[in-house]
Ligand binder design. Structure first.
Ligand code: CA
Length: 223
C-alpha cells in the first residue's frame, strides 16, 4: 500500500519508513506540515501517518485541510504522550486512529494493517479467493493451505489485486503501491512481477487477466 508519513523527527521517520518498507509498503516522507499539505492535495495515498507537532503548519491543520478537500484517506495521528487532549481534537477533526509516542513499531504496523483492512471494508486479516488465502497479518499467501514462495513485492502486487477483486488495477497504481519517491520505477518492472506471479499461481485456479490498455484484474475464482 502507498503510505505518506508526515514526521519532522528524522530518526523516527527513518525507523518507521524502514519498518513499513520491509512489509512491502511504499512510503513517502514529508518533513513539514506545508510539504504534507502540498503533497496530499495532488497525490493519492492509501494511508497517512500524521505527526501532530510539526513546524509551521501543525498536524491538526494538515488534517483539517485534508478533510475540507473531502478526502477520505485513513489518517493515523501520532500524538505526544503528555497531551491527551490532542487525541480528542484529532479524532474530532477526522482522524481514524491515533498512536501515542513513544510507540513500538510492531504496534504501528498492526494499526496500519487494521486501517487498511477497514478502508477496504474487510473485517478479517485474510482474503480468500478460490483456493488462495492471503494472510495479510502474517504476510503469506497460501494455496490449499500450502504457503507459496513470493517476494515481498510480488506479495504486495497480489495483495492489491485481491483487495480490489473484480476491479481493474492500472500499472501506475501498482507502481505507486510498490515504490516511494526515491526508488526508480518502471512499467516494465510491473510486467515482470505479473509474469512471475502468473507462473506461481499457475495451478491455483486464480488468474491475473490483462485488460488491454488499462491494467490487470483478478476475478473471483470458483471453489
Ligand atoms: Ca514532531
Amino acid at each position: 500500500m502507498r503510505i505518506l508519513l508526515v514526521e519532522d523527527d528524522a530518526m523516527l521517520a527513518e525507523a518507521v519508513t524502514r519498518a513499513l518498507t520491509q512489509s512491502a509498503h511504499a512510503v513517502d516522507c514529508a518533513r513539514s506540515g506545508e510539504e504534507a499539505d502540498r503533497v496530499l492535495a495532488t497525490e493519492q495515498y492509501d494511508l497517512v501517518l500524521l505527526d501532530v507537532g510539526l513546524p509551521k503548519i501543525d498536524g491538526f491543520e494538515v488534517l483539517r485541510r485534508l478533510r475540507a478537500r473531502r478526502s477520505t484517506v485513513p489518517v493515523l495521528m501520532l500524538t505526544a504522550n503528555d497531551a491527551p487532549e490532542d487525541v480528542v481534537k484529532g479524532l474530532d477533526l477526522g482522524a481514524d486512529d491515533y498512536l501515542t509516542k513513544p510507540f513500538r513499531l510492531s504496534e504501528l504496523e498492526a494499526r496500519v494493517r487494521a486501517l487498511i483492512r477497514r478502508a477496504n471494508a474487510s473485517v478479517s486479516s485474510e482474503i480468500v479467493n478460490g483456493r488462495l488465502r492471503l494472510d495479510m497479518a502474517g504476510r503469506r499467501l497460501y494455496c490449499d493451505d500450502q504457503p507459496l514462495e513470493l517476494s515481498q513485492r510480488e506479495l504486495a502486487v497480489i495483495e492489491l489485486l485481491l483487495l480490489r477483486e473484480g476491479k481493474v488495477v492500472t500499472k501506475q497504481q501498482i507502481i505507486d503501491h510498490l515504490y516511494g519517491w526515491e526508488d526508480a520505477s518502471s512499467s516494465n518492472a510491473v510486467e515482470v512481477f505479473i509474469h512471475r506471479l502468473r507462473r506461481k499461481l499457475e495451478h491455483s485456479g486464480v488468474s491475473i487477466t490483462t485488460v488491454r490498455g488499462m491494467g490487470y484484474l483478478v476475478e473471483k475464482a470458483n471453489g
